[in-house]
Ligand binder design. Structure first.
Ligand SMILES: *[C@@H]1O[C@H](CO)[C@@H](O)[C@H](O)[C@H]1NC(C)=O
Ligand SMILES: *[C@@H]1O[C@H](CO)[C@@H](O)[C@H](O)[C@H]1NC(C)=O
Ligand SMILES: *[C@@H]1O[C@H](CO)[C@@H](O)[C@H](O)[C@H]1NC(C)=O
Ligand SMILES: *[C@@H]1O[C@H](CO)[C@@H](O)[C@H](O)[C@H]1NC(C)=O
Ligand SMILES: *[C@@H]1O[C@H](CO)[C@@H](O)[C@H](O)[C@H]1NC(C)=O
Ligand SMILES: *[C@@H]1O[C@H](CO)[C@@H](O)[C@H](O)[C@H]1NC(C)=O
Ligand SMILES: *[C@@H]1O[C@H](CO)[C@@H](O)[C@H](O)[C@H]1NC(C)=O
Ligand SMILES: *[C@@H]1O[C@H](CO)[C@@H](O)[C@H](O)[C@H]1NC(C)=O
Length: 498
């Protein structure tokens, strides 16, 4: 009995210390740019704000994006593109220049929190592998020299195909070909308090498994108890592929004797459309996967191996990228089209404050009452001409033709322009004849930009939820304590039973 009490006390102590760590579990989005009509950075940022997306990852360090993200509170992961790695990995001063130009010049106005050194380098560009470690180290030492190493973490996202035999997770190990890179890489991540970055795609695991992995297991759908995957070595019970992959990464790291580097999922998602031979790339599955993924991450339940160590995740991806090569599915991983319209409406009911439609600050641009109609006409002509507003809905017989007067038509054109510019300051002026309003000017079938409910990715109510959790590298002190506790619990349990 005393032993049971000790066990209970031990668990209580651990639970209390675990929740006291003050870090956020977050959902972010990747912003790929292979779109034929890539929105302007101000429009991208307007979309992020409207959807309350506070974490983004860029595949480069685009100056326009970094400027647009300044003073928004949005946290930014930037990337050293693979093509630049050879230069940076071979020259300390090239790395220092990169950091000066792409980090120091923007921080702290733009809250750069993370630098991804390359993207799936070992699998996508193995010829660069020999310089990867130096690239990480040179970028890090440039941050140290700039006094930013505490605020900004450096790592390199890996493909999950680096992890072999990932089920059961406890048997997972890295492709040993890469140990000469992985061993110093993990040492680097350990010594800098950084993350192990992993791209996790249950979609690919599912389609490559030839039926071994059930679709429901990939989609986080409830499985009958007899279908749940149990790791026979650890007796841990897996209810979805995502958790199994993340734990496989933990076990693969442990196989190289590294147990204190947390996993950050840099990409995960599901395509909403595919070719005829890709039937599982559809909107229903994409919606299910991403809705469940977001809920799973924000619930902070961690993984079976590390419950309470939440796994922050960047969804792949913000926009559909119509210029991507490959099968149709490659162009259809996005949550939004280039106009900022959701591809599907996520089914979220407890997602915290991400991905909401920010109706509290819904604003429109309207013609000022009582202004000179010649000036209005001139501004209307400008908007529909050089301003590049699509004024087709104002033509006779179209949705916004009625009422047929210059103020109503100008309001439509002004509001469209204003939203095209991401509601940027100064974009609702038109020589003083326009004004910002909170009244939705939509009428009948004439839907004004900014009022479309399709503009929200979310369907459901969103109780405000605290997303604080224990996902920081510091958490690993507790995590290791937890492992020790588990061992103790095992011993105690045996003692009690016997
Ligand atoms: C950047 O974001 C981090 C994490 O939320 C926060 O702690 C920090 O204060 C922010 N830094 C700046 C300069 O805004
Ligand atoms: C690289 O440059 C940094 C300053 O940016 C310096 O502190 C560091 O010692 C240099 N490392 C090497 C290997 O030259
Ligand atoms: C391990 O990586 C090497 C080099 O990329 C590759 O040739 C090999 O096929 C991989 N092994 C497995 C089992 O995937
Ligand atoms: C991990 O530790 C074991 C036992 O100390 C040792 O035999 C093994 O070589 C280590 N592996 C690596 C990659 O350091
Ligand atoms: C609305 O705008 C105000 C002023 O810009 C800002 O303080 C507030 O946080 C915004 N509300 C939401 C829900 O974004
Ligand atoms: C989204 O906006 C519409 C109005 O455009 C509103 O009726 C709806 O309740 C909002 N949904 C959420 C989840 O806030
Ligand atoms: C959403 O968009 C679809 C097609 O674009 C349209 O048919 C539907 O009416 C829109 N729904 C709302 C609520 O605006
Ligand atoms: C929103 O959810 C309700 C019920 O969950 C569903 O009936 C409705 O079709 C959904 N709307 C959209 C636009 O997905």
């Amino acid at each position: 009995m005393a032993k049971r009490m000790a066990l209970v006390l031990l668990l209580m102590v651990l639970t209390v210390s675990a929740v006291s760590a003050d870090e956020e579990a977050f959902i972010g989005v990747n912003i790929g740019t292979e779109l034929s009509d890539m929105p302007h950075p101000t429009q991208v940022v307007a979309l992020l704000k409207a959807q309350q997306l506070r974490n983004v990852r860029l595949y480069d360090a685009d100056r326009g994006m970094l400027l647009a993200l300044a003073n928004t509170g949005i946290r930014v992961a930037i990337t050293v593109p693979n093509e630049q790695l050879l230069g940076i990995g071979q020259s300390n001063s090239t790395a220092a220049n990169w950091v000066a130009q792409n980090v120091v010049a923007h921080y702290p106005a733009t809250n750069i929190t993370t630098i991804c050194v390359g993207s799936e380098v070992l699998t996508a560009m193995p010829n660069v592998a020999p310089v990867l470690i130096n690239a990480l180290k040179y970028i890090q030492s440039a941050l140290v020299a700039s006094n930013l190493a505490r605020q900004i973490k450096v790592s390199t996202p890996l493909s999950s195909s680096m992890i072999l035999d990932s089920f059961p997770p406890s048997k997972a190990f890295f492709n040993q070909t890469w140990n000469p890179v992985l061993v110093p890489m993990l040492k680097f991540l350990q010594s800098t308090g950084s993350y192990f970055m992993l791209n996790v795609y249950p979609y690919f695991d599912y389609i490559q498994s030839n039926g071994v992995i059930p679709l429901d297991y990939a989609l986080f759908k409830p499985l009958p108890a007899n279908k749940e995957a149990v790791d026979s070595n650890t007796l841990l019970r897996y209810t979805n592929v995502f958790d199994a992959m993340v734990d496989a990464a933990y076990f693969a790291m442990a196989d190289l004797n590294v147990t204190n580097v947390p996993v950050l999922v840099t990409e995960s998602g599901w395509p909403s459309k595919g070719d005829s031979n890709e039937p599982d790339a559809n909107a229903e599955n994409a919606n299910t996967y991403n809705s469940n993924l977001i809920r799973h991450v924000l619930k902070k339940t961690g993984t079976p191996k590390h419950p309470s160590i939440a796994v922050s995740t960047y969804i792949y991806e913000l926009y559909n990228e119509d210029m991507k090569e490959g099968p149709l599915s490659e162009k259809n991983w996005g949550l939004f089209d280039s106009d900022g319209k959701p591809i599907y409406i996520l089914r979220l009911t407890d997602s915290g404050s991400v991905l909401t439609n920010d109706t509290t600050n819904q604003t429109y641009c309207s013609a000022k009452p009582g202004v000179d109609s010649k000036m209005l006409q001139a501004a209307l002509d400008w908007a529909c001409g050089p301003g590049k507003v699509d004024c087709a809905p104002l033509l006779q017989g179209q949705a916004c033709y009625e009422p047929d007067n210059v103020a109503a038509h100008a309001t439509y054109a002004f509001d469209t322009y204003y939203h095209q510019m991401g509601r940027a300051p100064g974009s609702c002026d038109f020589n003083g004849v326009a004004t910002i309003t909170t009244t939705n000017p939509s009428h009948g079938s004439c839907i004004f930009p900014g009022s479309d409910r399709n503009g929200s990715l979310l369907n459901g109510t969103i109780p405000v939820m605290d997303t604080k959790s224990a996902s920081s590298p510091a958490m690993f002190e507790y995590m290791n304590a937890f492992s020790i506790a588990n061992a103790l619990i095992g011993a105690l349990w045996i003692a009690v039973v016997s």
